[in-house]
Design a protein around this ligand. Structure first.
Ligand code: AMP
Ligand code: ZN
Ligand code: FE
Ligand code: FE
Length: 283
């Protein structure tokens, strides 16, 4: 069993990178890709822990791109180097994200909820004294804050009422153009995959046409298997992707307790991810 999509506390997962690697090994995975949002900060600690338990750790990253109507996430897999232009661009996105967090907090306070950045950072660091690397703070943490402040019943309610696109506390995020993101991933020695293509929220006909554009732009593969889709849809994506000559990836998008429905090593329909999906990153 393997998993080519997971998040640690370096972004919005609940487990720190070393604990995540330990859990993957305990669950019987042979390979785990750590693909935190907009950061590779968790990779060294995950890699050290993975080495100690015989797990293969694949260095990765998940980068959000500008797209309408849905969400477009690019997965960089099997990165060879974690410094250089990719790291610099991610750092720049991190600074833009901090500015955006300030604007979101401004909206929340204007609405009469006296929340503070200190409170937000405490939520992002986690409770119970569990040591965590510095997380990239974003809307999932604001969702927890709004629940703690009783402005929402639960995190999903916080998104639906306040934080989703078009809702009162939404602020747009600086995103990289797709060509630049692909160039950064490849410049770091990685392979570029379109994550969970159904989140683009387009028709199958449009998806088919987009795949041709992605091929031309240098996208290496698509993540056909992801738990947001039904198994039948993933099979269809895999067939479509293979027909276009794409590599086919599969992941759980594990986030720990932050999203308890996601299980390490399991994808759509709770199906364990077979070792043959390692072909996605074969060189
Ligand atoms: P951010 O990068 O700060 O905009 O946060 C993006 C993250 O928020 C996504 O990766 C999801 O985990 C979560 N998210 C975005 N939209 C929604 C939504 N409508 N409902 C629940 N979670 C969402
Ligand atoms: Zn996430
Ligand atoms: Fe994603
Ligand atoms: Fe993800």
């Amino acid at each position: 069993m393997i998993d080519l999509h997971s998040h640690s506390s370096a972004s919005d997962g609940s487990l720190d990178p070393a604990a995540l690697a330990g859990l993957a090994s305990a669950r019987g995975l042979s390979t785990l890709a750590l693909t935190d949002h907009d950061t590779v900060a968790g990779i060294p600690a995950a890699r050290a822990a993975a080495a100690a338990c015989g797990l293969r750790l694949v260095a990765g990253v998940e980068i959000e791109l500008d797209f309408m109507p849905g969400e477009f996430h690019l997965l960089g897999l099997d990165l060879g180097r974690l410094d250089g232009a990719l790291a610099a661009a991610l750092a720049r996105l991190g600074r833009a994200r901090e500015e955006r967090n300030g604007r979101i907090m401004g909206r929340i306070r204007e609405a009469g909820i006296p929340a503070t950045m200190e409170e937000l950072r405490a939520i992002a660091r986690g409770a119970g004294g569990v040591p965590r690397t510095e997380p990239r703070i974003g809307r999932p943490h604001f969702a927890s804050l709004l629940v703690a402040r009783r402005a929402a019943r639960n995190r999903q309610d916080a998104f639906n009422r306040w934080l989703a696109k078009g809702r009162p506390f939404y602020e747009p995020k600086d995103c990289l153009p797709i060509a630049e993101a692909i160039a950064l991933v490849k410049g770091a020695g990685g392979l570029a995959f379109v994550a969970h293509p159904l989140s683009l929220f387009v028709s199958w006909a449009r998806l088919d046409a987009l795949m041709d554009e992605w091929r031309a732009l240098g996208i290496d593969g698509i993540e056909a298997w992801h738990p947001m889709a039904k198994a039948g849809e993933c099979r269809r994506l895999e067939k479509l992707g293979r027909g276009k000559g794409f590599r086919i990836s599969a992941g759980s998008d594990f986030h720990g307790d932050a999203r308890p429905d996601r299980k390490l090593g399991r994808t759509a329909g709770g199906i364990p991810i077979a070792d043959r999906y390692l072909d996605a990153i074969a060189r």
